[in-house]
Design a protein around this ligand. Structure first.
Ligand SMILES: [Zn+2]
Length: 275
């Protein structure tokens, strides 16, 4: 892909659909955009979200929508203000629409576990393998499960961010949850936002970062922590949950999980262990 005249161009390899939304402001002022805001749509699918973001009654839009169906739809040219941030504030600035590109990723958001199902806010049922278990960066958010983003969505967002950094000199990538923490919880913990920032802005540093050394000791920081036979959320528990403050030995790390020895051996979510 490349950017031509403020539009994504799939270079006849990737299909980028241009569907101009009437919901937009004027051109960005000089030196802007300098920020990218990442969102999830909280919708059922990309087609419905695109149609909502093109409906003048909603007064909302984004520059692009990245579908779970591998679709890319551009609604607003990158040189034009879109309406995605709403009331927002970060780093001493307010009203991020005037500074930022908005990328919406097709994802329904949090999931509620009900029996074997994981249900979205609109009642859509998702499989165990679609559920991501993770704590939100904003501590008041209590949801535990989130719909996974597809690998293609994560890669495509990264590619578009790289193009925007090169074209506009973007300095900052933020989640909607960071610029409007009292109102918004997107993109949520299932989106690897910190990893993306690290990759795009600190790549020279990350190679110097020391790798974690094992074994090492750790302490359970959750009120109680499930310990499982494998590093997946639906794996069987090997023992009763470990209470807060349990001291354990961390043996290795895999995909956000630690293999630990706490008297019994098993896998626990890394984010709930201070190691
Ligand atoms: Zn949002």
């Amino acid at each position: 892909m490349k950017i031509v005249n403020s539009k994504l161009d799939g270079e006849s390899i990737i299909n980028v659909e241009q569907k101009p939304s009437p919901n937009h402001g004027s051109s960005f002022k000089a030196n802007f955009p300098d920020t990218i805001i990442i969102h999830y749509t909280a919708g059922r699918n990309a087609k419905e979200s695109v149609s909502t973001l093109c409906n003048p009654a909603h007064q909302a839009s984004a520059h692009v929508v990245i579908g779970r169906d591998n679709s890319i739809t551009q609604l607003v040219n990158f040189n034009t203000v879109a309406w995605h941030a709403g009331q927002s504030s970060y780093g001493g600035r307010d009203g991020f629409n005037q500074y930022s590109i908005g990328i919406e990723i097709d994802n329904c958001g949090y999931l509620i576990k009900q029996g074997d199902d994981f249900l979205s806010w609109f009642g859509g049922a998702y499989r165990l393998s679609d559920a991501f278990e993770g704590k939100h960066r904003n501590p008041q958010v209590k949801y535990e499960y989130w719909l996974r983003y597809t690998r293609w969505q994560i890669q495509t967002v990264e590619e578009i961010c790289r193009l925007l950094i090169a074209e506009y000199g973007i300095k900052c990538i933020l989640g909607h949850e960071e610029i409007a923490p009292s109102r918004k919880i997107d993109p949520g913990p299932a989106f690897p936002l910190d990893k993306l920032r690290d990759k795009l802005f600190n790549s020279d540093r990350s190679s110097d970062a020391p790798a974690e050394q094992f074994p090492k000791s750790g302490v359970v920081t959750a009120s109680s922590l499930n310990i499982r036979v494998d590093a997946i959320i639906n794996a069987s528990r090997v023992a009763t949950p470990l209470p807060n403050g349990t001291v354990l030995t961390i043996l290795s790390e895999k995909d956000g999980w630690y293999s630990v020895d706490a008297g019994v051996k098993g896998w626990v979510k890394k984010e709930f262990v201070d190691g």
